[in-house]
Design a protein around this ligand. Structure first.
Ligand SMILES: NC(=O)c1ccc[n+]([C@@H]2O[C@H](COP(=O)([O-])OP(=O)(O)OC[C@H]3O[C@@H](n4cnc5c(N)ncnc54)[C@H](O)[C@@H]3O)[C@@H](O)[C@H]2O)c1
Length: 455
């Protein structure tokens, strides 16, 4: 069996290596020459637990190339980004991949699409692109097999997660199942291609909507003067309730994007897009909290701890940190960033001590485990404010060091807000928390009711 895998990124490369390690001859294809060159020199383009060992196990059954060649199976794992301006999927990579395969397609070949796509893309875009070969569907086989592995556990999940395999017809599904059975140990469920496309999007949309609900609970809890974290823990004692955690917004290249793929052609559905808006507005909400703490500080400095989109990973794709930084920068705040996991970020990254040095407010955006152990006594801040959007700090310890701790969703810390004035800092401050000296406000804003408010 010879397999061409198009796209050697986070999904395509591990899949290609798993197939090769389990006996297939695999040609990995990527349009980026640097990726191909590195792989052919034994270098892996990214880190992932177990991937180096897997690469060694492939022996001479894996080779990287810039163009596809004749094969029995073609597997597409190219990007499907969201156009940020229109919130519509960009299918140009898929179109190009289908076109590249068409030049080599022969009767009886199987083509598998793993990339995440809006429902109907297989029938409307990929199959017509493949048919430009002159071979009609049914004379070649086609299946959509969405990938659901998570970075950091990719290999484990590719092997042990269940799979949804949606063939164009029964033969296509059977052939695709046989291929995946060479390395998948989880259950394999069969369906049609369009349902498989829909299922993948539903899974991530469900998580996004549930995070939005938790975020709304956090805001409501603040209005009601209770602690949402305690309330969620108690509600989740109910056997049929499972509320997720609030936070500064949803990131990553799947959960923040897939709901738009699901709804881009819809005219009447509102909950999914509303949930997206709720989650996308969380950086604004966190900034509102931060602003309310810093209102009297001259030339305030905010130190962001954690620019990754979630804890214990270095992935910043769609991270809420981007929006927070842009909004805060536009209001005149000086921003410092610290993230021990992230290597590449448009804003300079600093060590924890340097990022905190002279700062007026630490804002915890990602729940990296290492942040739990930060010793507040070692931070040379100017003003002792910390906003914990993930509820991960040892708050008593920080308060013990004189910090005013503001936890997202903890209404027990918040005075009732005056109309248009947002959330005011509250009584949780320890007696010796540094209180800033009032200075002329550097920035003015319009409040929702149209009045001007000075920060
Ligand atoms: N990364 C994940 O955790 C994950 C999880 C589930 C689903 N997905 C989906 O899988 C797909 C791939 O995602 P990824 O994270 O692996 O992307 P990626 O950006 O890591 O890698 C994609 C690779 O494809 C290459 N490429 C682009 N066009 C090509 C073409 N025509 N021929 C050959 N190579 C081409 C790029 O150069 C790049 O190296 C996307 O649809 C994504 O939504 C990703």
């Amino acid at each position: 069996m010879k397999i061409c895998v198009l796209g050697l990124g986070y999904i395509g490369l591990p899949t290609a290596l798993l197939l090769a390690a389990h006996g297939s001859n695999v040609v990995g294809v990527d349009v980026k020459q640097s990726v191909v060159d590195r792989l052919n020199h034994g270098e892996l383009p990214f880190k992932e637990p177990g991937i180096e060992d897997l690469y060694l196990r492939t022996g001479d059954r894996f080779v990287a190339r810039e163009r596809p060649e004749t094969a029995d199976v073609f597997l597409i794992a190219v990007p499907t980004p969201l156009d940020p301006a229109t919130k519509v999927s960009n299918l140009s990579y898929i179109r190009r991949a289908a076109g590249m395969i068409a030049g080599h397609l022969k009767e009886g070949d199987l083509v598998i699409l793993e990339s995440t796509v809006p429902p109907g893309t297989s029938e409307r875009v990929v199959i017509p692109g493949l048919e430009k070969s002159g071979i009609a569907i049914r004379d070649f086989l086609y299946a959509h097999c969405p990938e659901r592995a998570i970075p950091g556990r990719t290999l484990q999940e590719m092997v042990y997660n269940s799979r949804i395999i949606g063939g164009y017809d029964r033969d296509s599904t059977d052939q695709a199942i046989s291929l995946y059975q060479t390395f998948v140990r989880g259950e394999i469920y069969r369906t049609d291609a369009r349902t498989a496309e829909f299922v993948k999007l539903m899974e991530n949309t469900s998580r996004d909507v549930n995070v939005a609900l938790a975020n709304e609970f956090a805001k409501l809890a603040e209005e009601c003067g209770i602690n949402v974290w305690e309330a969620i823990t108690l509600a989740n004692k109910h056997p049929r309730v499972s509320i997720l955690s609030p936070g500064p917004g949803v990131g990553g290249h799947c959960i923040a994007i897939d709901p738009w793929f699901l709804t881009q052609n819809s005219t009447g559905c509102r909950m999914v897009s509303t949930a997206r808006e709720v989650n996308d507005s969380m950086p604004n909400y966190v900034l509102q909290i931060t602003r309310s703490l810093l209102y009297s500080i001259k030339n305030p400095i905010i130190s962001i701890f954690g620019v990754a989109y979630k804890g214990n990973v270095g992935d910043t794709r769609e991270s809420p940190a981007f929006k927070f930084i842009q909004l805060a920068g536009n209001e005149g705040y000086t921003i410092r960033c610290h993230d021990p996991y992230v290597r590449d970020f448009p804003h300079p990254l600093m060590g924890a001590a340097d990022a905190a040095d002279g700062s007026d407010c630490l804002v915890i955006l990602a729940d990296h485990d290492c942040f739990r152990n930060i010793d507040p006594a070692e931070l040379q801040v100017r003003t002792k404010f910390v906003v914990d959007t993930r509820n991960i700090l040892d708050h008593e310890r920080w308060i013990g060091q004189g910090f005013a701790v503001r936890v997202l969703g903890d209404g027990s810390q918040v005075y009732p807000a005056a109309p248009g004035e947002g959330i005011l800092p509250a009584g949780l401050y320890s007696p010796d928390a540094a209180r800033p000296v009032a200075t002329p406000p550097p920035v003015s804003l319009l409040t929702p009711d149209g009045r001007e408010r000075f920060l």
